[in-house]
Every structure is written in C-alpha cells, then in structure tokens.
Design a protein around this ligand. Structure first.
Ligand SMILES: Nc1ncnc2c1ncn2[C@@H]1O[C@H](COP(=O)(O)OP(=O)(O)OP(=O)(O)O)[C@@H](O)[C@H]1O
Ligand SMILES: [Mg+2]
Length: 214
C-alpha cells in the first residue's frame, strides 16, 4: 500500500498552513511528522484522513483519490489530538459501541487489543474516572482494534509514562511488521532513532528535512 501526498496546500481564510507538500508513505514503515507547535502536523494528518480537503493538490491511496465528495479511504484509523469518548460508559462499552459501526470484530478481539495495552484493570471502569494517560491508551486501542492498514497517531506519547511508551513502540513495530503504514506526529524532539524509519520535518508550511533512519 502507498499513500502519495501530491502538491498539497491547505489554507484557512487567507493563511496557508501547508504549501505544496509532496510526501510518500509505504507499507511496512513507521513515519514521524516532526516540527514546532502550529507547524501543521495535525492539519496534514486530518488531510490524509479526509477530515479536511486540500486547497490544492491531492492525496492518493494506491493511486486512487478518495477524499472527494466526503468519501474517505476506509482502511485508516486515527487518533488526532485528544481522544473523545462517552464519559459515563466504561472503556469496554465505548469500544463495543464504536465497533458496531463496522461490525467486523468480536468483543473478544476488543478485549485482546485492550489486554495487549495492559488495560484490563480499567475495562469496567467509567471513562470519566480515567487519568489522561489511560484515556490516551483507550484512544490508541480504538485505533488498533480493527487492525487497520493505516495507523495514524497524533502526539501519542505525550501523556504516557516510560513503561507504556516502550509498550506502545513495541506494538507499533509489530504493526509495521504486519505491513501496515504507521504515521506519527510529535512536536517533541524525542530520540526516535531505531524506532521510526523516516522523519519528515515541517517548518513554515514546507517539508524542510527528510531524514531516512534505515
Ligand atoms: N480549522 C482550522 N481553522 C483555522 N485555522 C486552523 C484550523 N486548524 C488548524 N489551523 C491552524 O493551522 C496551523 C497548524 O495547526 P496544527 O494543529 O496542524 O499544528 P500542529 O503542528 O499540529 O501543532 P501542535 O504541535 O501544537 O499540535 C495553526 O496555525 C492553526 O491555528
Ligand atoms: Mg498537533
């Protein structure tokens, strides 16, 4: 699978946030969009998901354009910015409700994803009682539970402790080895060596550096 971002620009009112961006994403790789606060990382992720339409340019999935007429590529799951769930339902109830939309996974599969994330003790507690990191983990579980071809996580490590951080990295490496495309965004200059395959740096609306790690 391949995602091609071709000559994409995005403006809000008169302000261009992204200018003529060209990027490629391939199966079996982990990508990191990096850059300062407000440089356009989340906007670019929303464009890839089809939540925003480009002002100019196009985004192709295996050569095909989806993000027109409000149709998105169905193999994407994303957690962009903060997760949003029903506060008075438990984590498991929230995920079961969301899983009903596509109806392609069982409750056992949802529980399996949650247990990989060490989530079992929170399963039956209300979402509103969760800590920030636990909410973030539930958001990541939602992204992973249907085994999507494309995994998009915006600032996934912000709220997570060191142990959970290592666990999530391990899970994302497993996903890439299953030939998924993993796209992360982070404003923090963490040491991503040996974890991501390619870093794209955004600055002032442009890709300024394009570093391949492997
Ligand atoms: N819906 C919108 N309407 C107007 N401006 C927007 C909208 N969404 C984003 N922007 C602007 O686009 C710019 C890029 O925002 P974006 O959220 O992509 O930054 P970011 O790189 O993700 O920053 P951060 O590191 O803080 O998450 C900002 O100046 C923001 O104000
Ligand atoms: Mg952002």
């Amino acid at each position: 699978m391949q995602i091609q971002v071709k000559n994409v620009s995005k403006k809000f009112k008169k302000n261009y946030v992204l200018k003529n961006i060209n990027l490629d994403f391939q199966s079996g790789k982990i990508y990191l969009l990096s850059g300062q606060n407000g440089c356009g990382k989340s906007v670019l992720l929303k464009l890839i998901c089809g939540l925003y339409l480009p002002t100019n340019g196009e985004i192709l999935f295996d050569g095909k354009k989806y993000n027109s007429n409000s149709i998105c590529y169905s193999g994407i799951r994303a957690l962009i910015e903060t997760p949003n769930f029903f506060p008075n339902l438990t984590g498991l109830e929230n995920l079961k409700l969301l899983a009903k939309i596509n109806d392609i996974i069982t409750e056992e599969e949802i529980v399996h994803t949650l247990s990989k994330l060490n989530f079992k003790k929170f399963l039956n507690r209300k979402y509103c009682e969760y800590s920030l990191g636990t909410k973030q983990k539930l958001g990541i579980a939602q992204v992973l539970m249907e085994s999507p071809k494309i995994i998009i996580l915006d600032e996934p490590f912000n709220a997570l402790d060191e142990k959970t951080n290592i666990l999530i990295r391990k899970i994302l490496i497993e996903e890439k080895e299953k030939d998924k495309i993993v796209i992360l965004a982070s404003h923090i200059n963490i040491d991503f060596e040996n974890f991501v395959d390619q870093v794209y740096y955004l600055d002032n609306g442009h890709i300024v550096k394009n570093r391949r790690n492997k």
